[in-house]
Design a protein around this ligand. Structure first.
Ligand SMILES: Cc1ncc(COP(=O)(O)O)c(C=O)c1O
Length: 384
């Protein structure tokens, strides 16, 4: 595979590299299909439409969704979460989140509070873990939705979605999850976990290109679109179609991107979710064990590969995390992310709101040799 000569440790931001088949699928679509799906009935348009159809089917199978037409494609998960939150919540409704949410949830919810929506952000422990009973205790008569991430982008902490889903179902509350850090890495089953709305982004664990994502909405949930317009269906009417996915899918989709996403999901299915997870756990075990020997290091999160995804945040004594990331980048060719990670609530929870943190996130294509180099580089930086 032709890729950059770097050690890429920023897969929580976006996965790199992608499988070759993803690059090929995007290129193939652009060169040989190229048409606008659903707009007309010529052969090329139908072929482009079948890419969307097949991608919907694959994703439905990955998440155990019965009706694939209940999945609408979006720009990314931020777009999907905005649709789920603003399309459902109304003044007087109460929403429960955790204190580990990404701004993709926190900002739209905060803006909804200005319109009279009530918000409880249930506190998590300093390692990011959540006691599901605390969610149950926060339920009120007007609680309309529980929305939470499946794993933290800061600490990798895996959230107890099965337990929370059960609580939501018992109380008849809509349960929406942000799978940005887990889709393509951990098993997700909308039936077993009682998920009513599942949001995903295509460019992280699902190994697709940027500019792809989506939202699954369980039948029977009343949701209003944020965007209305051409859908290629029922074009004679001025009303937005009520049928999914058209209800939430106005405008030309990123079909080349979705062709790539389809190839990404196919790669995951061929490789096996289990094998992907096992590889990432092995790398994380090496990383946690190796970094424990670094003088002055403070690592955040559960530090247990069973309880977290392949994400590790750390600081070295009073060194600026930005300087650490710069040294890793310019001196060692190691790509990481430092600073606030779009999650101030999560930083507050783990105690790094002032100083931020440096984050390492290996991926399926990271090798053990690369992890050894990363540990050695951080050791050298800390020793200075
Ligand atoms: C937990 C979580 N939610 C939401 C997002 C937003 O993802 P996107 O930028 O693809 O919309 C991210 C991205 O880092 C994330 O980690």
């Amino acid at each position: 595979m032709l890729v950059l000569d770097i050690i890429y440790m920023d897969n929580a931001a976006t996965t790199y590299p992608k499988p070759d088949s993803v690059y090929q699928a995007v290129d193939y679509f652009n060169r040989f299909l190229g048409a606008n799906p659903g707009r007309g009935s010529n052969q090329q348009t139908l072929k482009a439409g079948s890419v969307l159809l097949e991608a919907r089917e694959k994703l439905a199978s990955l998440f155990n969704i019965g009706e694939s037409s209940r999945i609408a494609f979006t720009l990314n998960i931020t777009d999907a979460l905005n649709i789920g939150l603003k399309g459902i919540l109304r003044p007087g409704d109460h929403i429960i989140t955790t204190s580990m949410e990404h701004n993709a949830v926190a900002r739209p919810v905060f803006s909804l509070t200005k319109q009279g929506v009530e918000w409880t952000a249930v506190n998590c422990h300093p390692d990011g873990t959540l006691d599901p009973e605390d969610i149950g205790k926060a339920v009120k008569p007007n609680t309309k939705m529980i929305c939470m991430l499946h794993a933290s982008n800061l600490t990798g902490t895996i959230m107890p979605i099965a337990e929370v889903g059960k609580i939501a179902r018992e109380h008849g509350i809509i349960f929406m999850i942000d799978t940005a850090q887990t889709a393509g890495v951990l098993p997700i089953d909308v039936e077993a976990h009682n998920i009513d709305i599942l949001t995903f982004t295509g460019h992280k664990g699902l190994l697709g290109p940027q500019g792809t994502g989506g939202i699954y909405v369980r039948p029977g949930i009343d949701i209003k679109p944020l965007r209305e317009g051409g859908t290629g269906s029922l074009s004679e009417y001025l009303e937005q179609p009520e049928v999914m996915p058209d209800l939430l899918e106005s405008g030309t989709p990123n079909t080349p991107g979705i062709a790539g996403l389809l190839a990404g999901v196919q790669f995951i299915m061929d490789t096996g979710l289990d094998n992907i997870r096992k590889h990432e756990q092995k790398l994380m075990d090496m990383l946690i064990t190796g970094l424990k020997e670094v003088p002055g290091i403070e690592m955040y999160g559960p530090l247990d590969v069973e309880k977290q995804t392949a994400v590790l945040a750390f600081n070295i004594e009073d060194m600026d995390c930005g300087d650490v990331a710069l040294s890793l980048d310019y001196e060692y060719g190691i790509i990481t992310r430092s600073g606030m990670h779009c999650a101030p609530l999560a930083h507050k929870t783990i105690g790094t709101l002032e100083k931020g943190a440096c984050r390492l996130s290996p991926g399926y294509f990271t090798t053990e040799e690369e992890i050894e180099k990363v540990i050695k580089a951080i050791y050298e930086i800390a020793k200075r």
